[in-house]
Design a protein around this ligand. Sequence first.
Ligand code: CDP
Ligand code: MG
Length: 751
Amino acid sequence: AILSRKGSQLVKHHRLEKERTKGMKKHWELAGTKIGNILGIKAKEDPKDKGVDEDGSTDYKSDQQFSQHIQKSSEAVSAFAKSRTLKQQRQFLPIFAVRDELLRVIRDNNVIIIVGETGSGKTTQLTQYMHEDGYSKSGIIGCTQPRRVAAMSVAKRVSEEMNVKLGEEVGYSIRFEDVTSKSTFIKYMTDGILLRESLGEPDLDQYSVIIMDEAHERSLNTDVLFGLLRDVVSHRYDLKLIVTSATMDADKFAKFFGNVPVFNIPGRTFPVDIMYTQNPCEDYVDSAAKQCLQIHLTPSQGDILIFMPGQEEIETTCDVIAERLADLEDAPPLAILPIYSQLPSDLQAKIFEKAPDGVRKCVVATNIAETSLTVDGIMFVIDSAYCKLKVFNPRIGMDALQVFPVSQANANQRSGRAGRTGAGQCFRLYTEMAYKNEMLKSTVPEIQRTNLANIVLLLKSLGIQDLLQFHFMDPPPQDNILNSMYQLWILGALDNTGALTDVGRQMVEFPLDPALSKMLIVSVDMKCSAEVLIIVSMLSVPSIFFRPKGKEEESDMVREKFQVPESDHLTMLYVYQQWKLNNYSTHWCNEHYIHIKAMRKVREVRSQLKDIMDQQRLPVISTGTEWDIVRKCICSAYFHQAARLKGIGEYVNCRTGMPCHLHPTSGLYGMGFTPDYIVYHELVMTTKEYMQCVTAVDGLWLAELGPVFYTVKSSSSTRGGTKQAVKAKLNQMESELAAASQKLKSMKDEA
Ligand code: CDP
Ligand code: MG
């Protein structure tokens, strides 16, 4: 769990959670304003009808409605529950009914758009159909997914359907994990992987078919691929490009590729009854848990799917349901299964497993289960109304993951999940008013709301000089492009004319965020690349610590032993080094409440990044125990994400003056040690801005390494002076901060 190490912190964190759900009401308004701003839409007025029941419970418009449906659902489940062979399952899918016609249209057209309800078989069947129709003879059949989890799980499923070993004929490739071989002809991959491949091979010659799946999701990488592939198909007549979408707004895609045909897969869906709460819900974790138990305790069949915004909420929901269930006597068994992208893959696979007879499944998911993954047997959906989106935040000049209300389109996808195998029910934990008046029609595409630094770097290295001219389906706001270019310029990846520098070219080689690749490259000059390589690898995998139930204190204590007081980055380094000293032992990990799988992944990522360093002739040099150098190196790539102490335990962003807080998971949190200056890896926004993964830095390093932001006048002696002298310099530096950022602003305007 993301929850903090110490008991007291835990309590505090729960309070934060509470505070956050309360803050949600405000979020409706906020999010509307923010997204609206991007779109140039005015925010709606906050409706004043917000009262909440005394006990916070959710009531539905009619109880009768409820029981009727339970009955209908049960009948449908029993009709469907007969198990089928994989072949029968394939033939039962809606796409099978139109297989031949579909293949005919594809033969006659190089680009087609396919629209079909989620679960109709697009992702798992199209690749196989194309193979069966002979396309694998002339190249690989590639299928892109916006999500890693989907790429992995679908590849596994298809290898089972084809009765081959995963990684042989059917494989997948996601960042840092390539499970393909020479014999692979059906390849699932994230859209990011295909985008990277186009760097080395702009025409994607090894593919005979590219299926761009989940196009409705409008992920950043998919959107960029659209622009690139539009060019590729204009001169590669042997390539079939198939774009699939779960929603009807496919006409836009069709137009973009030059009025190509749209093929509809007739759906087979059952009615879903939608229930709203009468009043806005105060605490959606609590309400969802209540609703879940209410369904579970009625004599009905069918599994439950709960949508939550993110990992933290999912884990809390699972805990709450389990706790309340344990308090009940004679409650029927319930298999509570979380799913989110950072969950270890063996646990992810559990949601697809059939529960033992008589055991109901309750899947608690992020929006990953909206369209990318289909779990059979869902009859009930509980929708919290929220999701997490990466959004460029102009206040901090960078992306932050934020909780937002979903759009109407998302809400409808979510409810649709209940009607796949029979009539279902969807419990929306919001009012009908909120749905109609406060939700956006559809989500703003990622390209219009996130930082584009990575994409800019990639396109620049593809030789696309003028990004404002690139053919985007929905062009990003010009400010976004300029902001991203500005960030790359700060990192030294672009020169004053906006062209790629040598450092920039080197940065493109690493499948990492620009700041991380910069840190790795700089570490070579600073002679600490061995250490930084480990830190970067550790930052590339989900959390390594675990906190088992009933052993919270014990695991917290072990974890504290690893803590390097001034740096979360160094803590990671220390853990890895200790693991290595213990011969990468599994036992050692278990003993210390560390995920062995995560650590193995770190080791693998490290080795892959080291390969790239070798290719780039970047030597791996160890600084030994001189860890101050490592901190300085971190500072050299993250100086733009610095904060200064202001008052007790309070920080403000050095550039913007915005207050920000240490995340409870940081080793610096609540430790009494509060350095004057810190840099952070990531900002997480809930009701407050939290800095995650933090390292103490010397204020003078900021001036030295980030001269565009911070300057120190008359630097005759840097550290030799008295404390007072240093303080005076820092004061000076701060007073110049404002002037510097003003100057930069005008530079940016000129750019
Ligand atoms: O892509 P689309 O939403 O149209 O459907 P799909 O993902 O191809 O799913 C077709 C069927 O395969 C569904 O009934 C899924 O339940 C099943 N499937 C599965 O059992 N395990 C997976 N990992 C993926 C799909
Ligand atoms: Mg799909």
